[in-house]
Design a protein around this ligand. Structure first.
Ligand code: F6R
Length: 602
């Protein structure tokens, strides 16, 4: 969702901005633009609807420039169109702004300050930049003071990068709720939505906290609060390998990331295995969790689906009652909490606005929390009491694959560590079982052709499809359905297999694809019964089973993994089903329409 890059200092500003925006493409966007000032202090604005590749065709890379800001826009106010693309200019062109977030009081601001001003776009951002100019002109404020005044009246979420054309040796930035970082370099400084955008130029980053004003020149960064108090904050080193951000020989990031999953499992074993052979996490985390009488897992989308598997692991191995909630609901209506609750936030990006809002609530109430994330230093990681990292490497494809399996594996790590602390042992050897999972994943990944064949034969022409399963298989069905629908646009629903007959079976007609997940022997016969019911009504079925539940006629038999970890194997098949179906339909696998990777607005 909207990406920001800003650069001031020595270098080809256009190239830095464009390459940074390309690194942010994964977040999802529908238009893009850059604004630069050249050495003769002339301003240049380039923007286009659509991909950065299109923007590149209009940018003048020959200009010798000294400062610039760039943006990828994911439409919120006003459709995807060139006139709505950022950067936005104030009415006279003096101020130029990029923005990620949603300004909630934009109508009110417009009425109060912009009477008679003609706007060029339908965006809340243009209102923000216009009121900066309003304060500069009508209250005779410097560019910086006008920005500060505007920030004091703007309500909502924002990450801003601002250039004052009258003062082109300086760039300003500020944030509230939306992510933004400072990148520190030699002879230059940057701002960016995440470290990936700047990693080709610097690995030194400084976090920006909400409601701070940042002033950047080529050699200096000043952070101050809105009262003008200067804040000294050291830089940290972003542990990102620029080569992780490349596709290498793969045609798409999604298939690269699917293929990386066995390696991620092995890396997690290395990261979390303690000297006693089992998994260990920080003692303060185990202490807080074991003091809890109930765990609340809060997450969105794919992360929420991983949460359901996490719940089953905590309940089975640690006997810790666990609830799973959707962040966007939870933030605004807390369930009746237990006496000693503990909150786990599962978030690949660590920036999801819905989850962050829920964490803000939990922090207000003073409860302990853990963020499980792939991004060290992300907002939810900083704001929770504890963090566990997914160590999955950057996930660029919008559809999450390796982050989902890493989230489940980290929940398994946590459950194992807690079980050992609580009982002195665990009912399963988690280290061994996760390494078996890694090998099982490899076996499944070697069978891509078979999965491609099934998907090509059965899914390319359908408008809708179903995944069904019981217990853990139902949780995987939820994730599998999301994966297929979000990239192939086939309307796919997941059902607890036993629920179908209570209404949904009415939707099954001749040829409707129904994929049954059958990995649990205790309910296998029942799910097979449900498969027969849909077959009898014309469904085109596929059965994915495991060695302990397999029948000769099943379409895909998974290698054996521990019963508590079957989702880690099953989902590899369904990720590949989604991937091959989407390829077959000719859609962009990595960048599905309407979606953003990092969902930074509520
Ligand atoms: C789907 C997907 C999303 C995210 C969700 C939460 O493939 O990736 O459903 O899981 O937007 O994002 P994070 O995990 O970053 O909080």
């Amino acid at each position: 969702m909207c990406g920001i890059v800003g650069f001031i200092g020595q270098g080809n500003v256009q190239e830095v901005l464009i390459s940074g925006l390309e690194k942010l493409e994964y977040r999802g966007y529908d238009s893009a633009g850059i604004f630069v000032i050249d050495q003769a202090n002339q301003a240049h604005l380039f923007k286009e609807e659509g991909r950065i590749a299109k923007l590149k065709t209009v940018v003048d890379f020959e200009l010798a420039t000294k400062v610039g800001i760039g943006h990828t826009r994911w439409a919120t106010h006003g459709p995807a169109a060139k006139h709505n693309a950022h950067p936005h200019q104030s009415p006279s062109g003096r101020f130029v702004l990029v923005h990620n977030g949603v300004i909630e009081n934009f109508n009110q601001l417009r009425e109060e300050y912009l009477n008679g001003v003609t706007l060029q776009s339908q965006t809340d951002t243009e209102i923000a930049v216009a009121i900066i100019e309003h304060f500069a002109v009508n209250e005779d404020l410097s560019g910086k003071e006008a920005f500060k005044k505007a920030l004091s009246v703007i309500e909502g979420s924002y990450a801003f990068g601002l250039i004052d054309v009258e003062n082109p040796d300086v760039m300003y930035a500020a944030k509230n709720k939306s992510p933004l970082l400072i990148g520190k370099g030699q002879g230059f400084n940057m701002i960016c939505s995440d470290a990936m955008a700047g990693i080709a130029y610097t690995n030194q980053y400084i976090e920006i906290k909400d409601k701070e004003l940042i002033t950047l020149t080529a050699d200096q960064v000043t952070i101050e609060d809105f009262q003008g108090q200067v804040i000294d904050r050291p830089a940290y080193v972003a542990e990102l390998d620029a080569s992780d951000l490349e596709k290498g020989t793969y045609p798409y990031y999604m298939i690269k990331e699917i293929d990386e999953q066995p390696a991620v499992m092995r890396r997690l074993i290395q990261e979390y295995q303690g000297p006693n052979g089992h998994f260990e996490v920080e003692a303060s985390l185990t202490k807080d969790l074991l003091a809890a009488d109930r765990v609340y897992i809060v997450a969105c989308g794919t992360s929420n689906h991983a949460g359901w598997v996490g719940k089953s692991l905590l309940e089975k191995l640690v006997k810790l009652p666990t609830e799973v909630h959707l962040s966007s609901e939870f933030a605004y209506q807390l369930p009746l909490l237990s006496e000693h609750p503990f909150f786990i936030f599962l978030t690949q990006s660590g920036e999801t606005a819905d989850s962050r809002q829920a964490l803000v609530k939990v922090n207000e109430l003073g409860y302990p929390s853990l963020t499980i994330t792939n991004v060290k230093g992300s907002t939810l990681s900083r704001e929770a009491s504890h963090t566990l990292l997914l160590h999955a490497g950057p996930e660029i494809a919008v559809a999450s694959t390796k982050a989902y399996t890493a989230q489940i594996a980290v929940m398994a790590v946590l459950a194992d560590a807690l079980a050992h602390e609580k009982y002195g042992q665990s009912s399963m050897d988690m280290v061994r079982e996760l390494s078996i999972v890694a090998s099982a994943m490899e076996t499944i990944l070697a069978d891509k052709d078979k999965i491609n064949e099934w998907a090509s034969q059965n899914l390319l022409a359908t408008r809708n499809a179903f995944y069904i399963g019981r217990l853990l298989d139902y949780y995987v069905a939820m994730e599998s359905a999301l994966k297929l629908k979000e990239i192939s646009y086939i309307q796919t629903e997941a059902f607890a297999a036993g629920e179908l007959k209570h209404g949904t079976i009415a939707l099954v007609e001749e040829g409707t694809p129904v994929i049954g997940l059958i990995t649990d022997p205790s309910v296998a016969a029942h799910t097979r019964g449900n498969i027969e019911e849909v077959r009898a009504r014309g469904a085109q079925t596929m059965v994915i089973s495991t060695k302990v539940t397999a029948k000769a006629e099943d379409d895909f038999v998974l290698p054996s993994v521990h019963a508590n970890l079957t989702p880690l194997a099953t989902v590899i098949v369904t990720q590949l089903i989604a991937y091959f179906t989407t390829l077959g339909k000719g859609y962009d696998v990595d960048k599905p329409r309407n979606l953003a990777k990092s969902v930074t607005v509520e």
